[in-house]
Structure formats: C-alpha cells, structure tokens
Design a protein around this ligand. Structure first.
Ligand code: UDP
Ligand code: MG
Length: 306
C-alpha cells in the first residue's frame, strides 16, 4: 500500500481537491493507497475539511497538531502515522503534480527505495530569489555531497527508508537533505512545479532567509569554518601591519596612523561580533537539541482505527 502524506497549513480550499485528485489518479491505476493529512495548526477550517474528507473516504486519515510546528515536523508526523509499504510526501496545494506519483510508484515497484522528485524548472522567481536559492543549495549540496540545486520535498520512500528517517534522533530536521543523506537505492523523477490554484504561499522573504540560515546550520558546520577562515585572513593582515609598524618605529616616525587604528578597531570589532553571532547561533541550535523536546504535539486524529 502507498501512503500519501500531505502537510497542510491554512489550506481549507485545497483539502477536498487534493483528496479527490489523488483518489482519481491512483484509483485509475489500481494502486492501493491511504492519504494522511497533517494539519499544522491552521487558523482556518482546514481541520474541519480534513474531518469531512475522512468521513467521506475511509482511505483518508488526519492528524492535528496542537499548534503550528512547521512543514518539516508535519511531514515527519505524517510519515510516523503512515502504515504503507511505501510513503510519498507532497504539498497539498497540488504544486507537486499527482500524476508523477504514479511514475514514482512504478519505480518503487522496480525496487528503488528512495525516489526523489526533482524540479525540471524552478517556476516563476525573481532574479534575487534565484541567486540566493542558488547560494543556499550550493552550501547544502556541499554538506550532503549530493547536488541539491533542483531538490524538492516531493518524494516517495520505501518503508525501510521511512523507518531509517524516523529513527534519527535530532529535533531540527531538514527533510529534503536528510532523505539524500540516509542513502538507499535512489533514483529521481523530474516534474514541473505547478501554479498554485487556491490560497497563497506561506513563504515571505524573511521566513525564507531564516529557513535558509537554520538549515545551513543544522546540516553543516561551514559557517563555523568561515569564522576560522576570517581569523586566518585577519591574522595575515595583522602580521603585515605589525612589520610595517615596527619598521616605522625604528625609522623614527611612529606617531601618525590614527586612521589605521580606527579602521582596525572597527573592522576587527565587527568581525569578532559576527563570529560570536555565528557561534551563538550554533549554540542555540545545540541548546534546542539538548532540551530534547518532541518535534510536534498531536492534539487529535481522525480516520479508521484512530
Ligand atoms: N505547510 C505546512 N506548515 C507550514 C507551512 C506550510 O504544513 O508552516 C505546507 C503547506 O500547507 C503546503 C506545503 O507545506 O502543503 C508547501 O507550502 P507552500 O505552498 O506555502 O510553499 P511553496 O510551495 O510556496 O514553497
Ligand atoms: Mg506551494
């Protein structure tokens, strides 16, 4: 059986549509399935829609978070709730085409354990967005040693891969990269990102930047290495300046140079503060991990046997 996990945050208009579309496509292909909706603390009628969908179709189950925990947590909760031999994760705004699910499922039948959805095109984006996304994925790709530039959260995982993912102890997760990190027999399927038909994207520029920083920090120590590199550069400059200063001192004219002093204090001061900030951010993430709080809290479930 295939479990389709759909995280939903303020998607009241999309629940029924998503359930119907997936039902139609999978039923036509005679693929046995269940749909797992995870309501990530929505403020609209998403949960009522999920309950309705579950009452109408016994193959639909739903999980409701006690508040908004974010998409990563929602995807993991869906996977934990799913009982299929393989599980697919996709957006419930149908920007991930459900037709591709069938293609993924067929590959799974051929023995692949991780089937990654890869974006053929990145959809409509501004130049700045494209540039920063490019930089972000370069850093992440280096950390996981796999090209992630066209990666998405649209995937199909074998039961073994799902169990491996769920057994990872960390609280802060970046699903997109972790599914590559776990390994297994992997292949990919290209898809075109669809236009959103209802509702709106939950991402603002600010939240995207925060998301990028958080995932770089939880997945790689590259930023910490930046601190070391910057330290080395400043050290080399310091040696050169020290030599110049000493030469001037012995030559007998050492009083000038206030501009240099001011510039040095400013630049080294800011560098030290930025470095402390980076280290502080990592410590913050370690603190969150050490507390060991659950990734999410479930308030309610609907569906057969729940
Ligand atoms: N989502 C979620 N929790 C959040 C934000 C988003 O579960 O806090 C879900 C959302 O309902 C959708 C998917 O994640 O199914 C992708 O969100 P969105 O369409 O806003 O992102 P985009 O497609 O613009 O990257
Ligand atoms: Mg979307």
């Amino acid at each position: 059986m295939l479990s389709v996990v759909l995280p939903a945050y303020n998607e009241e208009k999309m629940i029924q549509k998503a359930a119907d579309t997936i039902d139609r496509i999978l039923a036509a292909e005679q693929i046995e399935y269940e749909i797992v909706f995870v309501n990530d603390g929505s403020k609209d009628a998403t949960w009522e829609e999920i309950e309705k969908a579950a009452n109408r179709n016994p193959k639909v189950v739903g999980v409701r978070f006690s508040r908004n925990f974010g998409k990563e947590a929602a995807m993991l909760a869906g996977l934990a709730e799913a009982s299929g031999d393989c599980c697919a994760v996709m957006d419930c705004d149908l920007q991930h085409p459900p037709e591709t699910l069938v293609e993924m499922y067929r590959l799974w039948e051929q023995g692949y354990e991780v089937i990654e959805g890869v974006k053929r095109t990145r959809g409509k984006e501004s130049a700045l967005h494209r540039l920063s996304a490019g930089l972000f994925y370069k850093m992440i790709s280096k950390a996981v040693k796999i090209d992630m530039s066209r990666a998405s959260d649209f995937k199909l995982l074998d039961r073994r891969a799902v169990d491996a993912l769920l057994s990872l102890p960390e609280r802060n997760v970046f699903f997109r990269a972790l599914s590559s990190w776990i390994g297994f027999k992997t292949t990919s399927v290209e898809f075109d990102v669809q236009e959103r038909t209802e509702g709106e994207s939950k991402w603002s520029t600010r939240s995207l930047i925060q998301y990028a920083i958080k995932n770089i920090v939880i997945f790689s120590t590259a930023a910490l290495q930046f601190v070391t590199c910057a330290g080395v550069v400043v050290f080399v400059a310091a040696v050169l300046l020290a030599i110049q200063t000493l030469v001037r001192y012995f030559a007998g004219h050492a009083v000038e140079g206030f501009t240099t002093v001011i510039l040095l204090i400013l630049s080294i001061g800011s560098l030290v503060m930025i470095s402390l900030g980076i280290i502080g951010y990592y410590i913050g993430k370690i603190y969150e991990e050490v507390k060991g709080r659950p990734r999410y809290l479930i308030a309610k479930k609907v569906g057969k046997g729940r």
